[in-house]
Design a protein around this ligand. Structure first.
Ligand code: BV8
Ligand code: ZN
Length: 246
């Protein structure tokens, strides 16, 4: 995969780098995407499960689904794409991750500036008093309840729910400040998350898309690399390192 010299030049003059990521970056860790051929949404429709009414209608079913995903996520390891983004912190002053993923793999790879737009499957809270329960939950007598009697739910953003303001505003600020904005492994159809790519573009950032196929964003990206993130991101970093060390 030939990396554009102009992109390497743009990286050389950059202080703030942002990585906007979706399920595609975790597929090489064995976590199914949403819309891919074996995607989660092929079997179950998002509004059937990833929304509050579905949870209130049948909390057992929704928890069964999140515990199933949690088991897969706990067996998974960050892949070369997650690790390369973490390593970028050693080469650039300001590296930010804005992710739609709830799988915690960026944090496990060593990234330390992360905005989680859609929450994190490792956290849970009471729908009544909002008390957090982040230890392993006990499902021995059904869906776990809070000491106040309220149902405990995963701290993820469901369809029709607002994104956590501090995470979204933090991501928006980083997008506006970014010199190079990487869009990695997302179909960019879920809003307001996908809107951040346009914020970066309008703020003059160089937009770089990495995906195994074209997406609605391919038309606004200055550079599009079609292939696996776990192969392309390490290549870009190697290319960059080889240039700055010469
Ligand atoms: C809201 C957490 C305000 C839960 C998720 C404007 C226009 C249209 C619709 C809307 C709009 N504004 C709001 C909406 C409604 C809705 C929405 O966007 N609907 C879409 C479907 C049209 N948005 C909302 O409801 C949001 N809230 O707007 O609140 C509000 C309030 C009241 C009333 C109205 C509005 C909340 C959305 C958040 C939902 N929660 N996740 C959970 O995970 O269970 S979304 C979830 O799906 C993910 O987080 C992610 O965001 C999305 C999946 O997308 P991707 O991550 O991109 O994954 P996908 O499989 O689609 O694509 C993978 C890509 O990777 C592919 O392109 C593939 O080619 C590529 N790939 C695969 N392998 C690799 C690869 N690339 C590189 N390397 C590889 N190896
Ligand atoms: Zn409570």
């Amino acid at each position: 995969m030939q990396i554009d010299n102009n992109l390497i030049e743009a990286l050389k003059d950059s202080e703030s780098i942002v990585f906007f990521t979706g399920a595609g970056i975790s597929s090489e860790s064995g976590i199914a995407t949403f819309r891919g051929k074996d995607g989660i949404w092929n079997k179950l429709r998002p509004e059937e499960l990833a929304n509050f009414n579905a949870f209130m209608r049948n909390p057992e079913m929704v928890w069964e689904w999140y515990n199933h995903r949690k088991k897969i996520i706990h067996k998974a390891q960050p892949n070369a794409a997650h690790r390369t983004i973490a390593e970028m912190q050693n080469h650039f002053k300001d590296v930010t991750v804005i992710t739609q993923n709830i799988d915690n793999l960026h944090r496990r790879a060593g990234s330390n500036k992360i905005y989680e737009l859609h929450g994190n499957i490792e956290r849970n809270f009471c729908i009544n008093c909002k008390k957090f329960y982040n230890e392993e939950l006990d499902f021995s007598d059904g869906v776990p309840k809070c000491e106040c009697g309220g149902l405990i739910r995963p701290d993820v953003v469901w369809f029709g729910e607002f994104l956590p303001e501090d995470q979204f505003l933090g991501g928006e600020r980083a997008a506006m400040k970014s010199d190079v904005f990487f869009v990695v492994g997302t179909s960019a159809v879920v809003y307001p998350a996908a809107g951040l790519v346009y914020v970066a573009k309008q703020s003059g950032a160089t937009v770089v898309e990495i995906n195994i196929e074209e997406t609605p964003l391919s038309s606004i990206a200055q550079y599009s690399y079609f292939g696996k993130a776990g192969e392309i991101l390490p290549t870009i970093l190697e290319e960059y390192k080889s240039i700055i060390n010469t």
